[in-house]
Design a protein around this ligand. Structure first.
Ligand SMILES: Nc1ncnc2c1ncn2[C@@H]1O[C@H](COP(=O)(O)OP(=O)(O)OP(=O)(O)O)[C@@H](O)[C@H]1O
Length: 251
């Protein structure tokens, strides 16, 4: 079985010298993979490169075992993504917005639109203009839109941004449901480390553009009481390596 997504030596250097550097990453079918890292670490850049929004300077990317660029249309058909906040036309309703997106997918009908609205708890707002939506409601709508065409691989950048407590709980249940029932693979970047700890089977930590650690959550946490503690230790270790060339605090 091929990996759902595989990045090999993926590098992007922006003109300001920042970006990401030599990332190797392989996602297997059914993974719920959490991407963690400080602000500006390179999470969004990595997700954008996976989906073709940014072209890497070096490295290769395969999706579903195929070269991402050579088979772009066919592989991207199986990917659903929500990267950075969606740009909505404020004067259309949630239902109309999804209907517009559904035009790209002949197999997506009215029932599927109702289904995804229900999935994200917006079923009573189908006929409301997006201009009246709160930040969290727009986030829910973007999430609904990203799974409209029943993708096999879902990429979400900070999906819990703006969600209320109920929304976060629903989000977690939705990921688990789609993973358990349909075997969908997820790549989720988030600062909500407790969410990722509960949700993900694997996580990776990216810092200053480098994937510094990654693995199965129970393995990474074996010497730590929580994923948060592991994460803080790893960042501290990275800082010491940069400053002193070796870890000094025993982390
Ligand atoms: N188009 C661009 N041109 C120049 N620099 C960029 C560009 N896009 C991102 N960067 C820089 O690349 C680095 C990584 O940015 P990125 O948005 O991937 O970080 P992030 O981990 O998603 O951060 P956050 O958690 O704050 O959303 C940052 O230092 C950012 O300033």
């Amino acid at each position: 079985m091929y990996p759902i997504a595989k990045l090999t030596g993926v590098t992007k250097e922006f003109r300001n010298g920042r970006g990401i550097n030599g990332v190797d990453l392989s996602l297997e079918q059914g993974d719920i993979y959490g991407l963690l890292g400080p602000n500006g670490a390179g999470k969004t850049t990595l997700l954008k490169m996976l989906t073709g929004l940014i072209t890497p300077n070096f490295g290769s990317i395969t999706l579903f075992g195929q070269d991402r660029d050579a088979s772009f249309a066919s592989v991207m058909r199986k990917v659903g993504c929500m990267i950075e906040s969606a740009d909505f036309h404020e004067y259309v309703t949630a239902g109309q917005y999804l209907k517009l997106n559904a035009n790209f997918y002949p197999e997506v009908g009215r029932e599927r639109i109702a289904e995804v609205l229900e999935m994200v708890g917006l079923e009573t707002y189908a006929k409301e203009k997006i201009g009246y939506f709160s930040t969290g409601m727009k986030q829910r709508l973007a999430m609904a839109s990203s799974v409209l065409h029943s993708p096999e691989f879902v990429i979400w950048d900070e999906p819990t941004n703006g969600l209320d407590i109920e929304g976060v709980v629903q989000f977690r249940a939705l990921v688990k449901r789609l993973s358990d029932e349909q075997g969908i693979t997820f790549l989720i970047s988030s600062h909500m480390i407790h969410e990722l700890e509960q949700l993900c089977n694997r996580v990776g930590i990216i810092n200053r553009g480098v994937l510094i650690r990654e693995g199965r959550v129970p393995d990474l946490m074996s010497d730590n009481t929580s994923l948060e503690q592991f994460y803080m230790n790893e960042l501290q270790r990275g800082k010491e390596l940069m400053e002193y060339g070796r870890p000094v605090s025993g982390t």
